[in-house]
Structures are given as C-alpha cells and as structure tokens.
Write a protein that binds this ligand. Structure first.
Ligand SMILES: [Zn+2]
Length: 168
C-alpha cells in the first residue's frame, strides 16, 4: 500500500517533514495525533506514542501487516466504506452501555432488597453491611450515569466522523 492510500484511510493527517505524517491513532480513543507514519522505500512504519502495537493499529483500520508494504495494492473493497473508526467507536459505546446497565441492575437489586428488609431486626453488624451495600449501590448508579455519558460521546463522535466522511 502506498503512503497516500494509507493516509486516506486515517482521515485527517498532518505532514511532519519529508515522508512523515501524524494522525489520530485508530486503535485507541486518541485526542491528539499520537500516531506517526513514516514512509520507507519498501514499507510504511507506524508508531503510536500511547503504546498501541502495529498489529492493533492496522487491525483497527481493517488492514493487515502485509498492507504496510509498498507492493501490496489496496483493493477497492478496502476503501473508506470499511470505515474502521466508526465500527470501533460504536462497539466501544455498546460495551460502555452494557457495563452501565450491569451496574444499574446491581444497584436496583440492592436498593429493592433494602426496602423490603426489616431494619429494626438487624444487628449492628448487619446494619453496617447494609449501609455499605447502599453506598455501593449509589456509587454504581453514579458510575452507570458516567458510563452512559461516555457511550453517548462515542456515538456522537462516530456520527460526526461518518458525516465528515460523507461530506469529503
Ligand atoms: Zn494508539
């Protein structure tokens, strides 16, 4: 694959001197451009300063290690329609939502159990345990809300990237 084809899959890239570019890493939620791409005579070198491996980076782009070599042509079906970032973002959003749901259900179970228990029959130690459980339940709820916010952010980002790509 040529540098141009590779850069085309990454969305916005910045030139950093001859045969060098930076971009947002597709393998993690990258706020700054952590990914550096350098062109060698026979291949492309990619490096994520946040620590993603080369396999993870090309994998997130729907490519394989072989695609980093110049003689490997980029087939038409691997063109931006494969939109790897979108798939990844929505997958991440989904995982966050599942984790949030898990915490919400756990919190509900605890709080329901508390409502139906007879507090006056509990020993001091049991009361103590109960209070801890309630505190955890409220904490779970807060975490769930936070995770749902994060999931929304990912989804919005995925939507924006898709819109940008359509406009491009
Ligand atoms: Zn990375």
């Amino acid at each position: 694959m040529t540098a141009q084809s590779f850069l085309g899959l990454l969305g916005s890239t910045r030139p950093r001197g001859a045969g060098k570019w930076s971009a947002r890493c597709p393998a993690h939620q990258d706020k700054g451009p952590s990914l550096s791409i350098s062109e060698r005579t026979d291949r492309l070198l990619v490096h994520c300063f946040a620590g993603c491996t080369t396999e993870e980076i090309v994998g997130a782009m729907g490519l394989s290690m072989r695609d980093l070599f110049m003689d490997s042509p980029l087939s038409q079906r691997q063109r931006p329609s494969l939109a790897p970032q979108n798939i990844d973002l929505i997958g991440v959003a989904f995982r966050f939502e599942m984790a949030a749901l898990d915490r919400r259900l756990r919190a509900e179970r605890v709080l329901n159990a508390v409502q139906s228990s007879h507090l006056d029959e509990l020993s001091e130690q049991e009361l103590d345990q109960l209070l801890n459980a309630i505190a955890r339940a409220y904490h779970d709820r807060e975490r769930a809300e936070f995770m749902e916010t994060v999931a929304d952010d990912f989804r919005l980002k995925a939507f924006q990237e898709r819109t940008e790509r359509h406009a491009a």
